[in-house]
Design a protein around this ligand. Structure first.
Ligand SMILES: [Zn+2]
Length: 417
């Protein structure tokens, strides 16, 4: 058995306790000063102060890792991304800065459909290759588990190709991948006005294959006015649940449509975006335990007001933060940017931000029993920051402080400063 002992962490963030953390519990990150972690093979064996752990171990049996002067945390969970796609949309970004609207960009050939064509044209190997590069960047930011969605094909072949690329990456890359089927991401021109027909095609022709080949664990939909409205979204989610998919919903991003309420009603794991969530939707998410996954980098790139994180936490919601890495509205997976936006603009404390990026992110992908906190029996997914306190995270604005990443007990990334 391989045994490693992380000793003398200036601050050890455990995030232990029942998950997800809701409301005021989000501020409790289980901090231990001069902390340590014992790793046996790929799992955490014990967590405590260095003094406590020293008494437990025969030091000769362990590879000792000195973490003095460092902050040690659970690996981050990026619980909402669209990181597998072909092509780029850099022109579109500049059009938007000049004032083009979402609709006028669509008319000029931008938008989701501008990613559909190059994603259809890309081979499986090409998608794996770009995916690997993007996952290497995730690892540098301390992300040890990522959720990835399909949704840039909206036909059987391309949706399945995207999901297969992510399954392959899960096998070959240290970062773990949780896959989500997002066939109803947008309405292709030929299905405009026939949204129900499109959903039925996905339910009947595509999703049985996805299920049979175990290509996706979650099903998601872009529930929005003039895209998939509440009635069609509820129909899709209900059927997907019957097929055995766990649910996620892109909800209340552009208008207050009742997406948060829909997520609560259908028993979704998370409702995501939520810039325009209603007070009633917030109340229902808190009551039902739906995780409110907020994507502030997207709001930032689109110059939209941020989701009401403070109000949600004060109302008892479990909030997660994720990057939403995608080729259109938000081409970043920068975790320190999420920390900055959470702390500076959304009224969250650094403790709440850490909870949102770790244990609550894990809960949003139904992995809270194996990752997201440093507790005995969980995967040894552990990151070291260069500095001795969590308070350096918002203070070093958008600077990546991750020095070491341990995945399943192995050191998979180390930065020399
Ligand atoms: Zn999304």
């Amino acid at each position: 058995m391989k045994k490693r002992y992380i000793r003398h962490a200036a601050e050890l963030v455990t995030c232990k306790g029942p998950a997800p953390k809701k409301g005021k519990d989000m501020a409790d990150i289980g901090l231990i000063y001069d902390g340590g972690v014992l790793i046996h093979d790929d799992k955490i064996f014990a967590v405590g102060t260095t003094e406590e752990l020293d008494k437990m171990v025969n030091m000769d049996e362990y590879e000792v890792i000195d973490a003095s002067g460092k902050t040690v945390l659970p690996g981050f969970v990026d619980s909402h991304t669209h990181y597998i796609f072909g092509g780029y949309r850099a022109n579109e970004f500049s059009w938007r800065l000049k004032g083009d609207t979402y609709m006028s960009i669509m008319e000029r050939g931008g938008g989701i459909n501008a990613t559909v064509v190059p994603t259809k044209e890309a081979t499986l190997e090409e998608l794996v290759e770009v995916g690997k590069e993007r996952m290497n960047r995730m690892l540098e930011f301390g992300v040890t588990t990522v959720e990835g969605k399909s949704g840039y094909g909206m036909d059987c072949e391309t949706e399945i190709k995207q999901l297969r690329a992510m399954k392959k990456l899960d096998e070959i890359h240290p970062v773990d991948v949780v896959t989500t089927f997002l066939g109803p991401h947008s309405v292709l021109p030929q299905y405009k006005g026939k949204e129900r027909e499109f959903i039925d095609m996905l339910l009947n022709d595509v999703m049985p294959i996805v299920k049979e080949e175990n290509l996706a664990e979650f099903a998601d939909i872009f529930c929005e006015k003039n895209v998939f409205e509440i009635e069609d979204s509820e129909y899709y989610l209900t059927k997907a649940k019957e097929m055995g998919f766990k649910l996620k919903v892109h909800a209340d991003e552009i208008v207050s449509l009742g997406g948060a309420e829909l997520a609560a009603r259908t028993g979704a794991f998370s409702a995501d975006h939520l810039l325009k969530a209603s007070d009633e939707g917030i109340r229902q998410m808190a009551e039902s335990g739906v995780i409110s996954t907020l994507l502030p980098a997207t709001a930032f790139c689109l110059k939209e007001p941020f989701a009401p994180a403070r109000k949600m936490i004060d109302s008892g919601c479990a909030v997660a933060l994720a990057s939403d890495l995608n080729p259109g509205s938000c081409f970043t997976n920068n975790i320190p940017l999420l920390v900055a936006l959470g702390c500076i603009y959304m009224g969250m404390s650094i403790e709440e931000v850490i909870t949102a990026l770790t244990i609550n992110g894990a809960a949003a992908v139904d992995r809270a029993d194996t990752i997201g906190s440093l507790e005995p029996g969980k995967k040894a997914d552990i990151i070291f920051l260069k500095f001795p306190s969590i308070h350096y995270m918002p203070y070093h604005t958008t600077i990546n402080l991750v020095e070491t990443v341990i995945k399943n007990g192995e050191t998979v990334y180390h930065k020399e400063w």
